[in-house]
Design a protein around this ligand. Structure first.
Ligand code: NAP
Length: 280
């Protein structure tokens, strides 16, 4: 990097129309006065290797990685942090000394949101995670690190459910999708890590929630879903996915810059970007 030149980073994904990362990171850099440029790189799967080589050659300071590249990028990097290795997915790349290191800030992002913003106590908690994709893997790792007692992964694909539950070791359980209502009945924490609810689909219809439960829907657009509405109307602590979204971005910011992220500016940018979309 030539002294005085702005650093640049960006997000690699395909397609990229719905990414909120440029809005969140631009707000963060502006808020702390860092002259960084953050770009949206729409890269089809067959061009991912060239794009990663481009990060090296052009000396990008870092990158975010989103669908469908989070797993495919693993063998293209020089090393992985512990969370990326455990989850088998990368959402953040840091560049240093000519090496590209893969991180997974979805894990720390979910932890910071749940134990911090939401104020949930996870130690000894019985947790249910719906879905067995990339987000579920990060959530299970986070709940495990927060010392949950039992983590049940409820998914329609038994093999995927077992593989995600295995991240939690002896605390992990795999349950069939058909058991989802019973599984949440005596759970302390329920996390939706499926896309069900994005288009107002009803999830866990008929489930009873109470004031002792935390319900988190990872969907952030729309900001509320039928699951959140139902859990909240029954007195449960219910949260959408914006908190995790902002905290995972904050984790990337911390890794790239070594500075504390400006969370209020990042959160405001996310909320504004989502509100702007729903008026479209
Ligand atoms: P993914 O890898 O595609 O996994 C989706 C999971 O949902 C899979 O287990 C899938 O089952 C299951 N699923 C999909 N449709 C279903 C249905 N009709 N019935 C039952 N299960 C169904 O996606 P992901 O990356 O994990 O993301 C999941 C959700 O989390 C998305 O809504 C995403 O926007 C959100 N997310 C939020 C954040 C945040 O920061 N807030 C971060 C990451 C993801 P099959 O495998 O059987 O298809």
């Amino acid at each position: 990097m030539i002294p005085g030149e702005p650093h640049f980073a960006g997000v690699l994904g395909w397609p990229l129309e719905r990414t909120l990362s440029p809005a969140i990171h631009a707000a963060a850099f502006e808020s702390v006065g860092l002259p960084w440029v953050y770009l949206a790189w729409a890269v089809p799967p067959e061009s991912l290797a060239s794009a990663v080589e481009g990060l090296r050659v052009l000396r990008a300071s870092g990158a975010n990685v989103t669908m469908p590249h989070k797993e495919a990028i693993l063998p293209l990097l020089d090393d992985l942090d512990e969370d990326a290795r455990a989850v088998g997915a990368v959402n953040t790349v840091a560049s240093g000394g000519g090496r590209l290191i893969g991180h997974n800030t979805d894990v720390s992002g979910f932890k910071e949101f749940l134990a911090g913003d939401a104020g949930a106590t996870i130690s000894g908690a019985r947790c249910v995670v719906l879905g067995a994709g990339g987000a579920a893997r990060a959530v299970v790792k986070a709940l495990s690190e927060l010392d949950a007692e039992v983590i049940s992964v409820v998914a329609r694909d038994a093999h995927k459910a077992a593989s995600v539950a295995a991240i939690a070791g002896a605390r992990g359980r795999a349950e069939p999708w058909t058991a989802n209502i019973w599984a949440v009945a005596d759970a302390d924490v329920v996390v939706n890590a499926t896309p069900l609810g994005m288009n107002k689909e009803k999830l866990l219809e008929g489930a009873r929630f109470d004031a002792g439960q935390w319900v988190v829907d990872l969907i952030y657009d729309p900001p509320s879903t039928p699951l959140i509405d139902s859990a909240r109307s029954q007195g449960a602590h219910a949260w959408g996915g914006i908190g995790m979204l902002v905290h995972q971005a904050a984790g990337s910011f911390r890794i790239w810059t070594g500075q504390e992220p400006p969370l209020p500016a990042m959160s405001a940018a996310a909320v504004t970007a989502i509100a702007g979309r729903s008026r479209d």
